[in-house]
Ligand binder design. Structure first.
Ligand SMILES: Nc1nc2c(c(=O)[nH]1)N[C@H]1C(S)=C(S)[C@@H](COP(=O)(O)OP(=O)(O)OC[C@H]3O[C@@H](n4cnc5c(=O)[nH]c(N)nc54)[C@H](O)[C@@H]3O)O[C@H]1N2
Ligand SMILES: Nc1nc2c(c(=O)[nH]1)N[C@H]1C(S)=C(S)[C@@H](COP(=O)(O)OP(=O)(O)OC[C@H]3O[C@@H](n4cnc5c(=O)[nH]c(N)nc54)[C@H](O)[C@@H]3O)O[C@H]1N2
Ligand code: SF4
Ligand SMILES: [Mo]
Length: 723
């Protein structure tokens, strides 16, 4: 905590903090607190090299979230039937006693594996996220959660190919001649990338965006290429095909720094541009040009994020993408390579965080995939789940196949606890609701996934009402359950001190960093030596072979195709047959899942500019800026369906339906639908959002989610414009 004396901040205490939300920017915050202990301003720190004094459209309205009239302030117990939303106030003692008693009963009857913690990205903090996600649950012997809802397939693909998540610094974007932004929308989802990109563009960097939607990022690019969703691996292989056949690849680099070229080459040869053109819905010229631009611009940077991986073929798509920079030797070059995530620059000591190997902890009995929540609760989990503890997550809004989730939550023999700041659609199905603190009311430490620094979050204000942090609730539950280990009692500061201490041995960059430094400074850059600034500059990759693994033994061992390839999505466009029977090479249009002109279309429900998943979607200013739940449909597709701009439409498939207002425009390419997500169901027509249609099918890699593999039939709603 620090005191400042500028005229603007006179009489105000300035408290250093960190944005906790699921965003790679992890902004360094300062909160100004008045003499009454009320926060009056939250702003970005000027002295942070990425935040640089500004926050995004969402967190600029942070105090509206913190002091929202709907903040939960007291523990509540359900009155009346599940899901009706009637609750009565109870004390913390009553709430904690009831939870501990129920869990003791459930453990005695079914084993602690019948208890499932469910959490994700409410906060990315070390304490209120990672530690809260593990220590108590490991001690209890609860079911583990496979945290696969976001980037699981991509993470594994990058791991298999280059051995770790290291990315170039944003400051180095100016050195790139060309930046390919592939299935990523930083203008909305990582906004602090944009000034660096602008500066690079001013200095001559070309920017190409590859995205079926005309995103905010695409609007300011030099070129926008719009493939059909789920066809990118075919596009990458065709780009490689042009590079190889035009002899633009770097044979020496490939020989020295990769394994498996002899396996990848025949795969590349299966994707001449004409074939990829049919698959992707792009012209052969566009693909050829893209390949030539990439191959003749050194250094060239490829930026991806997790959006591209949310498909049934998402793992192989990211494998193919991660191989591309190797073809022209872009890895290890200033301004070149792959920009995915910086998560592995430093790693917290796993045992210090989780204590899984502690003698008091039984082995994790089983691990359940969070994407399958509804299925798990309705029979897939055997033995059954009898209690669900939800925090840092809003699964009714954000998990696929929502009607299944609700069916599960309605079970009378399921004891559900929801720890939240707000009465979300999920909280409505709780037996007990516990009030959570906001980031301004809690302590934490943050390690970004978009740059290399640490952000410490000092508590700026007292908790509102009786709100408690995740870790404080779990510590209290540990005591109620009779767990006496000191690592279940330590407060947030002690936890951070321990984890820092234990992590130093393997992370020299942490050597000189203490808890006190962090508390005082709020933000610290990690001191990597200059020669480590560019990832893989020493030519060493973190794979078993030490090289870029074009062919991956590890992938083969997991039962994946060891060579990156393209498979049509499980639902979506199929590859059209080339040419007619007489051998004419007539290009056929991409074929839809049905043959009529009213066939289903793929829907990409990507992140909204003013929300982060479903977070912020209840903040009035941001909700108003986002408008109404909207389906973007191209005029060609709208016309054949008789859909007019502004009309209510129904989206449906075999999983379910919801309704939205049509935006008939070129915000998407023909043959594709788009809808910014995630709206709260309770603020949507019929109290349903897009996740009533999305699939809980798992991706090809690592149990990943497949939100964007989602075929939808759109119809006009005849006479209903009302919600
Ligand atoms: N404003 C805002 N910021 C956010 C979030 C948010 O919801 N809103 N969410 C946060 C979270 S949880 C995450 S994981 C990150 C995600 O960050 P991003 O990955 O940048 O965001 P997404 O919107 O998931 O997807 C990015 C783009 O991928 C495109 N896309 C989808 N499928 C395909 C495909 O098959 N091919 C191609 N070429 N493009 C495709 C989508 O149209 C979308 O524009 O953002 C974080 N930041
Ligand atoms: N259709 C569609 N669905 C999607 C996506 C999409 O692009 N399209 N994106 C997916 C992705 S990438 C992700 S990561 C997931 C995210 O899914 P979730 O992790 O469930 O994210 P949110 O829906 O934002 O819910 C987070 C909740 O945590 C609460 N919270 C915040 N801080 C705290 C805290 O300190 N303590 C407690 N107890 N609660 C807190 C917030 O109030 C919020 O309600 O959604 C996925 N769902
Ligand atoms: S959501 Fe991202 S851009 Fe916005 S304040 Fe948080 S870290 Fe910064
Ligand atoms: Mo995510």
């Amino acid at each position: 905590m620090s005191q400042k004396n500028s005229s603007e901040t006179r009489d105000l205490r300035v408290v250093y903090g960190a944005c906790p939300h699921d965003c790679p920017d992890n902004c360094a915050l300062e909160t100004h607190v008045d003499a009454q202990g009320k926060a009056v301003l939250v702003r970005g720190r000027v002295d942070h090299p990425v935040t640089r004094g500004w926050l995004c459209a969402k967190v600029n309205h942070y105090l509206e979230r913190v002091y929202h009239a709907d903040r939960l302030l007291y523990p509540l117990r359900r009155r009346g039937p599940k899901g009706r939303g009637a609750f009565e106030r109870i004390s913390w003692d009553e709430a904690l006693d009831e939870i501990a008693e129920r869990w003791q009963q459930i453990s005695a009857e079914h084993g602690a594996q019948a208890i499932l913690p469910y959490s994700y990205a409410g906060t990315l903090g070390l304490v209120q996220g990672a530690v809260a996600d593990s220590r108590f649950w490991n001690r209890l012997g609860a079911s583990g959660l496979e945290r696969a809802i976001c980037g699981h397939a991509a993470e594994e693909a990058v791991q298999l190919t280059i051995g770790g998540r290291l990315a170039p610094a944003l400051q180095d974007l100016v050195h790139s001649k060309l930046v390919l932004i592939w299935g990523s929308n930083p203008a909305s989802t990582a906004p602090h990338v944009m000034p660096f990109l602008r500066e690079a563009q001013r200095k001559g960097t070309r920017v190409i965006v590859i995205d079926p939607r005309r995103t905010l990022t695409a609007r300011s690019a030099d070129q926008h290429i719009q493939p059909l969703p789920g066809t990118d691996a075919a596009l990458v292989l065709a780009v490689m095909h042009v590079i190889v056949t035009e002899n633009l690849h770097d044979e020496q680099w490939i020989a020295e720094h990769t394994v498996g070229w002899e396996h990848l080459l025949p795969r590349i040869m299966q994707y001449p541009v004409e074939r990829a053109a049919r698959i992707t819905g792009l012209s052969a010229e566009t693909i050829t040009e893209l390949a030539r631009s990439y191959a003749t611009s050194t250094p060239a940077l490829l930026r991806i994020s997790d959006g591209i991986n949310r498909h049934t073929n998402g793992g192989q798509t990211v494998r193919a993408l991660a191989c591309l920079p190797a073809l022209t030797g872009q890895y290890g070059r200033l301004g070149g390579g792959l920009m995915y995530s910086t998560s592995d620059w430093i790693k917290w000591d796993a045992q210090a965080v989780r204590h899984a190997d502690d003698a008091a902890c039984p082995p994790v009995p089983r691990t359940l995939n969070m994407n399958r929540l509804g299925a798990l609760l309705t029979g897939e989990a055997q033995p059954a789940v009898h209690s669900l503890y939800v925090y840092n997550a809003n699964p009714v809004a954000s998990t696929p196949n929502a009607s299944k989730t609700i069916e599960g939550l309605m079970r009378d023999d399921l004891f559900t606890v929801v720890h939240e700041l707000f009465e979300t659609d999920t909280a409505r199905y709780a037996d007990i609701i516990l009030p959570a603190t906001s980031q301004l009311e809690q302590v934490d430490l943050h390690k970004p996934y978009g740059h290399v620094s640490l952000q410490y979050n000092n508590a700026a204000i007292e908790p509102l009402g009786e709100a408690r942090s995740n870790w404080d609730v779990l510590r209290a539950l540990a005591a109620r359950m009779g767990f006496t280990e000191s690592w279940l009692q330590d407060d947030a500061e002690a936890v951070i001190r321990d984890v820092l201490e234990a992590s130093r041995a393997k992370n020299p960059a942490l050597q000189a960093i203490t808890l006190e430094d962090l508390q005082r400074e709020g933000t610290l850059q990690l001191p990597f030596p200059e020669n480590e600034r560019v990832p893989f500059a020493d030519g060493h990759f973190r794979t078993p072979s030490g090289k870029v693994e074009l062919y991956s033994e590890q992938a083969a061992a997991k039962g994946y195709d060891p060579i990156p390839g393209w498979d049509a999505e499980v639902e979506g466009y199929q590859e059209p047959v080339a040419g007619a029977a007489n051998g004419e090479s007539k290009q056929t249009e991409p074929r839809l899942a049905g043959s009529s002109e009213l066939a289903a279309l793929p829907l990409v429900s990507a992140g909204a500019h003013h929300f982060i998943s479903s977070s912020f979607a209840n903040v009035s200013t941001l909700k108003a800026k986002e408008g109404v739940p909207t389906l973007h449909i191209h005029p060609d597709d709208a016309h054949v369906r008789g859909i007019q701009h502004g009309q209510m439409v129904r989206l449906s498939n075999e999983r379910g339906w919801c309704r939205m207002v049509a935006d008939v425009s070129d915000a998407v390419r023909p043959g594709v639908l788009a809808a910014e997500s995630v709206w709260w169901p309770k603020h949507s027509p019929d109290q349903r959002n897009v996740n009533w249609t999305t699939s809980d099918r798992l991706a090809d890699f690592n149990g990943g989610s497949t939100f964007y593999t989602n075929m939808i039939t759109v119809t006009r709603e005849e006479d209903s414009d009302t919600w």
